[in-house]
Design a protein around this ligand. Structure first.
Ligand SMILES: Cc1ncc(COP(=O)(O)O)c(C=O)c1O
Length: 379
C-alpha cells in the first residue's frame, strides 16, 4: 500500500477541473487495472475510449521500447520514418489521400477547421461558417469548444471563435435550412459520444454527404471517439490526426504546423497499434462483443424499470436511468471492482478496450446488475 496520500497531493497542486473517482491507478494489463492499494478493477472506461488494445499490450510496449531507444522527437523540419509509415498505413486503409498528425483530438479538429476555412477562402468565395450539431463534443481548445454544441463547454469562455452554427443532430432538414452561401463545412461525430452515445438513423450521414456534394461544401467527421474500430469499423484514429481528400488538401507551406505532432515515438506506437488492429480484425471483435454487451444491457433494462434506455454501437454503449443516480451506481460498481463512466447525472457510458471478451462483459454486467439490485431497483 502506498505511503503517500496522492489524492491530497492532487487537491493541493493540480488544477481542479474535474472531480476524480477515488482511485489511484498504478498498473494495467489487458482490460484490468490495479490501484495503489492492490485492488483489481475491470476497466470499462478504457482511458475514455482510447486504449484500444487494453493496457500495456505487448505490441505497443515493444514498439515504444524499440523506438524510444532510437529516436523520440525531431520536429517536422525533417523527414522521419515512423511518421511516413503510419501515414501510408492510414491512407491505404481509408478513403483519404492526405494526413497530418497532431497531439490531441482537439488539435486535430482545429486542423480540420483551419483546412475548411482555407478551402472556403480559396474555393468558395470566402465562405467560412461551419455547421455543427447540438450535443456534440469536439474538444477543449477555444475553437474546438466553439464548435461544440453544448453551452456548458463554451459559454464560460465567451467571446468564442465566431462562425459556428448548431443544429439538432440526426436532422438533415435542419442542416439544409442552416446552410448559406457563407457555409464552408458541416462537422459531425458519426455517433455522438460525450453528448450521450446518440446514434443517428442509418441514412443520416449519407444524406449529409449528398447535401455537401450538392452544395460543394466540406464534410468533417470527428472520429476521435468512434475511430479505430470502436464502433465496428476501422476508420479514424484516437491520437490526434486529421485526414483529407486530395482536392480538399489546400494547405500550403506555413499554413499549419505542430511541434510534437507526428513525432517518431508516437508514430511508431500508433503504427504498431493500427497494424495490429487491422491484421487481427479488432473492429470485428468490437462489433461482436459490442452486440453481446448491448444484448446484456437490454436484458437489464427488461429487469430493472429504473433503466430508461440502452443504446450502443460496437464497444461504445450507454445506459440511461430514469433518476439521477448514475454517480451512485458508478461508485457502487467501483466498490465491486468495475470502472465505468458517467456523462450525465442519469447516463452511464461503457467504452472498454476493443480486445474485451464476452467473458469480461459477463463479469461487468454481473457487477452492474448486482449493484442495481442492491440499490433496490429490481422489478
Ligand atoms: C468526438 C471527440 N472529439 C474531440 C475530442 C477531444 O479530444 P482530446 O481530448 O484528445 O483533445 C474528444 C474527446 O473525448 C471527442 O470525444
Amino acid at each position: 500500500m502506498s505511503e503517500i496520500d496522492w489524492k491530497a497531493l492532487e487537491a493541493k497542486y493540480y488544477m481542479q477541473v474535474r472531480q476524480r473517482e477515488p482511485v489511484v491507478l498504478v498498473r494495467g494489463k489487458g482490460v484490468r487495472v490495479w490501484d495503489d492499494r492492490g485492488r483489481e478493477f475491470l476497466d470499462f472506461v478504457g482511458g475514455w475510449a482510447v486504449n484500444s488494445l487494453g493496457h500495456c499490450h505487448p505490441v505497443l510496449v515493444e514498439a515504444l521500447h524499440e523506438q524510444a531507444h532510437k529516436l523520440i522527437q525531431v520536429s517536422n523540419q525533417f523527414y522521419s520514418i515512423p511518421q511516413l509509415q503510419l501515414a501510408e498505413l492510414l491512407i491505404k486503409n481509408s478513403c483519404m489521400q492526405r494526413v497530418f498528425f497532431q497531439s490531441s483530438g482537439a488539435e486535430a479538429n482545429e486542423g480540420a477547421i483551419k483546412l475548411a476555412r482555407r478551402y472556403g477562402k480559396l474555393k468558395l468565395g470566402g465562405a467560412y461558417e461551419i455547421i455543427t450539431a447540438l450535443n456534440s463534443f469536439h474538444g477543449r481548445t477555444l475553437t474546438a469548444a466553439a464548435a461544440t454544441g453544448q453551452p456548458k463547454y463554451n459559454e464560460p469562455f465567451i467571446p468564442l471563435t465566431p462562425g459556428f452554427f448548431y443544429v439538432p443532430f440526426d436532422d438533415i432538414d435542419a442542416i439544409k435550412k442552416a446552410t448559406t452561401e457563407r457555409t464552408c463545412a458541416i462537422m459531425l461525430e458519426p455517433v455522438q459520444g460525450e453528448g450521450g452515445v446518440n446514434i443517428p438513423h442509418p441514412d443520416y450521414l449519407k444524406q449529409v454527404r449528398a447535401w455537401c456534394d450538392e452544395k460543394g461544401i466540406l464534410l468533417i467527421l470527428d472520429e476521435i471517439q468512434t475511430g479505430l474500430g470502436r464502433i465496428g469499423k476501422l476508420f479514424g484514429y484516437q491520437v490526434g490526426v486529421f485526414m483529407a481528400k486530395e482536392q480538399c488538401s489546400v494547405f500550403q507551406a506555413g499554413d499549419h504546423g505542430t511541434t510534437y505532432g507526428g513525432n517518431p515515438l508516437m508514430c511508431a506506437a500508433a503504427y504498431a497499434v493500427v497494424k495490429y488492429v487491422i491484421e487481427n480484425d479488432i473492429p470485428g471483435n468490437s462489433l461482436r462483443v459490442g452486440q453481446y454487451l448491448l444484448t446484456k444491457l437490454q436484458h437489464i433494462k427488461g429487469e430493472y424499470p429504473i433503466v430508461n434506455d440502452v443504446r450502443g454501437m460496437g464497444l461504445l454503449a450507454a445506459l440511461e436511468l430514469k433518476e439521477d443516480i448514475a454517480q451512485e451506481v458508478l461508485m457502487a460498481c467501483l466498490d465491486k471492482g468495475l470502472l465505468i463512466n458517467r456523462i450525465k447525472p442519469n447516463l452511464l457510458r461503457f467504452m472498454p478496450p476493443l480486445i474485451t471478451t464476452e467473458g469480461d462483459v459477463d463479469e461487468a454486467v454481473g457487477i452492474l446488475e448486482g449493484v442495481l439490485s442492491n440499490i433496490g431497483y429490481k422489478r
